[in-house]
Ligand binder design. Sequence first.
Ligand SMILES: Cc1cc2nc3c(=O)[nH]c(=O)nc-3n(C[C@H](O)[C@H](O)[C@H](O)COP(=O)(O)O)c2cc1C
Length: 211
Amino acid sequence: MDLYEALYTTRAMRRVGPEPVPEGAVRQLLDAAVRAPSGSNAQNWRWLTVTDRETMARLGPLYAEAYDILNNTVYAGIEPRDDQDVRVRSSSTWLAEHFAEVPLVIFAFHRNDPSGASVYPAIWNLMLAARGLGIGTTLTTILGMFKSAELFELLGVPTDRGWTNAAAVTCGYPTGRWGVAARRPVHDVVYAERWGEAPGWRVDEPLWPAG
Ligand SMILES: Cc1cc2nc3c(=O)[nH]c(=O)nc-3n(C[C@H](O)[C@H](O)[C@H](O)COP(=O)(O)O)c2cc1C
């Protein structure tokens, strides 16, 4: 797959079917993930793959509870900004209601990372590699944010070694279609030379595929 196609079309694909992700693909995603950079090349990450249906049956309600907490705290009283936001919320709710059916979840854990940022390039590598194989992913964080203790207990993660859950990446074959991720135009969020000064260019349409 063209690099830019992967960059432009890797978006949150929450709605996935039940078909299992083959083991060869799982190996490929994780091997691509660990090629990513990390601060001091410390690679202070661990990856945990979950496909077991009994474990998933216990993770499902945990994810739904975390989603409720998110909606009752961070999003409490906040109306959707636009149609896109409505779609994101509707697909997020779908995931919360169907988390147990996701064929594969890859948990990323990290520790001893002052920036807290080192694991995210690797997670994104994993998601781009998945895109290349036609596997849809979603980077989710609410289990680690709101249900960390329960998650660690369920997955047997040691609680005395400094590990934090950075993400639970859902993986499966999408039921919907891939498309260019809708975002604010780049010239809206870029300054040139000094804060607040617009660059001398605009990009009114995404530069892939036309560019
Ligand atoms: C740091 C981070 C945390 C996220 N956490 C969640 C989450 O807990 N649950 C979820 O459904 N989506 C989560 N997402 C996915 C975002 O909602 C999604 O990337 C965004 O809405 C853009 O969607 P799109 O790529 O389909 O356009 C997260 C994304 C990021 C980058």
